[in-house]
Design a protein around this ligand. Structure first.
Ligand code: CP
Ligand code: NVA
Length: 307
């Protein structure tokens, strides 16, 4: 039997495994779109632990597990003993004896690591303060679907150096594309995140327009992530010139795409004409959370399949 595989960071999967998951995503999505029943996870149970809010992550995992023939159980940590201080290690021991797979959305990355270290079943990071690997699976699949291989292309990240940005850094190293990053002073990407992923693909720009220049994909995220609400007013001032607007998109490649993990704030990190414009693929990107995570769950539970 192979060892339990977790997905706590994007780099928990090798480039070859990522390619496999993108290929399985295409097959699973095609089947779903043509109403073919595909139940490889019949009788399997996913437990989803949420310590932060969610629309896309909850629905895509819950619907995805049902569509693969399994069952998903939603747990808000506030309603569980975790919310009253039960040790993460103890919760992991118990929860992982009752299900086949666990997905966790929480604050500290160390919480998902502690859980995984005590879990009998695979653990998926559904967003922490540090990383959002499921989002980048969907984003890169969406790029490939629209434009072909991402290898050698240039992605521009304009905005906060947050969990989504940190995961893009890992993606650039794993899948060999260039990543231009621009964040306001004081909010720049942490050097240890760049070092950890292989700095050669990552370039930092003080001026967000320079990051956008020539990019094949321009992407951003909220200026204030969940858990950082106390910094909101300061962030609004600091990020003022980092809005992805039509002027910045005009500097990117002619066929550049715009992505945003959502939820978005029009008039803050992105202008309405960009997110609602022709280059934006945000709805396909959100939908692809469903398909990529189905392929991820299949891989974590069944390894490679030929079906
Ligand atoms: N993009 C994303 O993870 O959305 P939710 O917060 O709605 O899950
Ligand atoms: N960076 C955002 C992503 C939300 C899906 C946050 O952590 O709140």
């Amino acid at each position: 039997m192979r060892a339990v595989r977790n997905f706590l960071q994007l780099r928990d999967l090798s480039p070859n495994e990522l390619e496999y998951i993108f290929e399985r995503t295409r097959i699973i999505k095609d089947r779903f779109k043509s109403y073919q029943q595909y139940w490889p996870l019949q009788d399997r149970t996913l437990v989803m632990l949420f310590e932060k809010q969610s629309t896309r992550t909850r629905l895509s995992f819950e619907a995805g597990m049902h569509q693969l023939g399994g069952t998903a159980i939603y747990v808000n940590t506030r309603d569980s003993q975790l919310g009253r201080g039960e040790a993460v290690e103890d919760a992991a021991q118990v929860i992982s004896r009752m299900c086949d797979l666990v997905m966790i959305r929480t604050f500290e990355q160390t919480m998902v690591e502690r859980f995984a270290a005590n879990s009998r079943v695979p653990v998926i990071n559904g967003l922490t303060n540090e990383y959002h690997p499921c989002q980048i699976l969907a984003d890169i699949y969406t790029y490939i679907e629209k434009r072909g291989p991402i290898k050698g292309k240039t992605v521009a990240w304009i905005g906060d150096s947050n969990n989504v940005c940190n995961t893009w850094l890992q993606a650039a190293a794993l899948l060999d594309f260039e990543l231009n990053v621009s964040s306001p002073p004081g909010f720049e990407v942490a050097p240890e995140q760049v070092d950890a992923c292989g700095a050669s693909q990552v370039r930092s720009f003080a001026d967000p327009r320079d990051a956008a220049r020539g990019a094949h994909l321009v992407t951003t995220d909220v200026w204030t992530s969940m858990g950082f609400e106390a910094e909101n007013a300061a962030r609004m001032r600091a990020f003022e010139n980092w809005q992805v607007d039509a002027a910045k998109m005009a500097l990117a490649a002619d066929d550049a795409l715009f992505m945003h993990c959502l939820p978005a704030h029009r008039g803050e990190e992105v202008s309405a004409d960009v997110i609602d414009g022709e280059q934006s693929v945000v709805w396909d990107e959100a939908e692809n959370r469903l398909h990529t995570q189905k392929a991820l769950m299949e891989f974590l539970l069944l390894d490679r399949v030929n079906d």
